[in-house]
Design a binder for this molecule. Sequence first.
Ligand SMILES: NC(=O)c1ccc[n+]([C@@H]2O[C@H](COP(=O)([O-])OP(=O)(O)OC[C@H]3O[C@@H](n4cnc5c(N)ncnc54)[C@H](O)[C@@H]3O)[C@@H](O)[C@H]2O)c1
Length: 335
Amino acid sequence: MKSAIVGCGSIAAVHGTVLTQHIPTTLIGAADIKFEKAQKYAETYSTVPYASLTEMLDAEKPDVLHICTPHYLHVPMAVEALNRSINVFMEKPPAMTPAQLEELKAAAAKSDKLLGFCYQNRYNPCIQAAKKLIDSGEAGKVLGARAFVTWCRGEQYYTGSGWRGKLATEGGGVLINQSIHTMDLLSYLLGNPTRIEASMTNHHLKNVIEVEDTMEAYLTFGDVHATFFATTSYCADVPPIIEVACENMTLRIEDPDLTILRPGAAPEKPELTALAPIGKSYWGSGHLACISDFYHSLETGTPFALDLPHMEPSIRMMLGAYESARELHPVDLKG
Ligand SMILES: NC(=O)c1ccc[n+]([C@@H]2O[C@H](COP(=O)([O-])OP(=O)(O)OC[C@H]3O[C@@H](n4cnc5c(N)ncnc54)[C@H](O)[C@@H]3O)[C@@H](O)[C@H]2O)c1
């Protein structure tokens, strides 16, 4: 298998490590519009640097393209690769707007290649263990859930990158960039969302960035109504908290821990296999498992759990949060 990467910034290091040390593939090229970044990356991961995606695809004809560029480039780059019959593994978010989502769906529908997304936190052992308890019926009926993400993201994080903090290039702020994983995990654990009502504001970075630094949402998953999500900036990168209240137990997830609270019993902490994070600890430990799973699907021709059809409800939930917050009305997510 021949793999290539576009965008040689922070997250590309995680993909480079996984591809060169853990997956039976050859990293044949790395492209960055800042050629010196591609050169440095190519030295680190022993590959060939390029200054543009098109030039790299023309020269190397990879089987898989990893997209690690700013948000506004994800869909155009994925469409270019799919149109050239190249499999695509894309960093989140899959799309910034409903129009982009439709464009991506059209390109994926025309192509027989695999399009997968990096929602690596679904692979965290604590999430897998909680999902097993819910799906097996042991936890009992889900009654509601709450989730909170508070990470440290100051002015420099947004304004220093050249693309964050701006609607045109980031598509939103704290939700689309950081808390997208935790909102997605609600849908992974509870099923497809059916309605969302959200609001957003800037508490910390008023008049500094044009995107939100704070978002709250009230979500419905079928007949499960009591689901609350909130995210804002904080002084430290502490693990997100997800709590799912079920008939037989409450599941409290604070990665890497899962605590099971049964009525009248002492809290239980099941022993979970620890995965070592590659990269920053708050990116979680799931990149290796997620990328490995994608390549396993490619090799075996089996469906990938994070492909467009599986992820569409979660993508619509994230886009629905923005629609609701901008237009000040609840958004129906069914269909
Ligand atoms: N899954 C995760 O947990 C996770 C974590 C961090 C970042 N991300 C995602 O990864 C993506 C990149 O984030 P980052 O933090 O690495 O950003 P970054 O700014 O560090 O890197 C982006 C790179 O893309 C390059 N680039 C910009 N325009 C380009 C173009 N036209 N062609 C080629 N290269 C171009 C930039 O020069 C830069 O080197 C974002 O979508 C982000 O949301 C995901």
